[in-house]
Design a protein around this ligand. Structure first.
Ligand code: MLT
Length: 235
């Protein structure tokens, strides 16, 4: 079995893709589902999300641009805020700057796309191994086309779990992520030390960084189901 880590999203995934935007899109997606959201619809643009609400007024809209809640949306992209929101049973349409687009792109080719974060790291690693037939690709969303230390560290955590579970032929991306994981300190240090972690601190969103740094507190495996326009995240 091959294990590959893409430090930035690539265009083609033949088998399983675990998409990571640990700060914060994939962490927030897991938090929404943990709070009982009825399902997620990921869109690339805010206009697409607003378009869904125009025909389905019952949905909640969640998302950010520049880290802040999009005007007219019900929620931002904060896993901590989600903990206080009434999302149980509600369908949530979610759009973020990098994370939801990375998931959408992976869904164009991969057989199986899962949203991965530190909070569901063990669960997604076990699941990936169970469903993969040739390759597990861990895809780091990055920030605006640039590598994010936070995502690479989280990829290293998942890669480390996978290596404990099976035999893999690893690529250099995986070696870099594993090196980052082993030398990067604990998850809180690593995430706070990343460029995006510092940006979120400056925006007063440091609690989200601490939330995202928790390891394997969830067993949820958000799996994307390709749709006509946008993939639907299902449990
Ligand atoms: C993104 O998709 O770029 C992020 O999740 C940004 C954020 O921290 O809200």
């Amino acid at each position: 079995m091959k294990l590959r880590v893409d430090l930035l999203p690539d265009s083609h995934y033949p088998d399983v893709a675990l998409v990571i935007d640990v700060l914060r899109a994939t962490t927030t997606a897991v938090a929404l589902l943990e709070r009982g959201a009825g399902g997620l619809l990921l869109t690339r643009t805010a206009e697409d999300a607003l378009g869904v609400r125009a025909v389905r007024p019952e949905v909640l809209l969640a998302g950010e641009r520049g880290g802040l809640t999009i005007p007219g949306f019900d929620l931002g992209n904060s896993p901590v805020e989600v903990g206080e929101a009434a999302v149980a049973g509600r369908q949530v349409v979610m759009t973020t700057t990098n994370g939801t687009g990375a998931a959408w792109r992976a869904a164009q080719s991969a057989r199986h796309v899962v949203l991965a974060a530190l909070i569901n790291a063990h669960a997604v690693a076990r699941h990936a191994l169970a469903v993969a037939s040739e390759e597990i690709a861990i895809v780091c969303a990055g920030t605006d086309g640039r590598v994010g230390l936070d995502d690479v560290y989280a990829a290293g955590v998942i890669a480390e779990y996978l290596l404990a579970l099976g035999d893999f032929q690893v690529d250099d991306g995986a070696r870099i992520a594993l090196t980052m994981r082993r030398g990067g300190g604990d998850p809180g240090e690593a995430l706070r030390g990343s460029g995006h972690g510092a940006t979120l601190e400056k925006l007063g969103l440091g609690a989200d960084v601490d939330f995202a740094a928790q390891l394997s507190t969830s067993r949820l495996i958000p799996t994307l189901v390709p749709g006509d326009d946008v993939p639907v995240g299902a449990l």
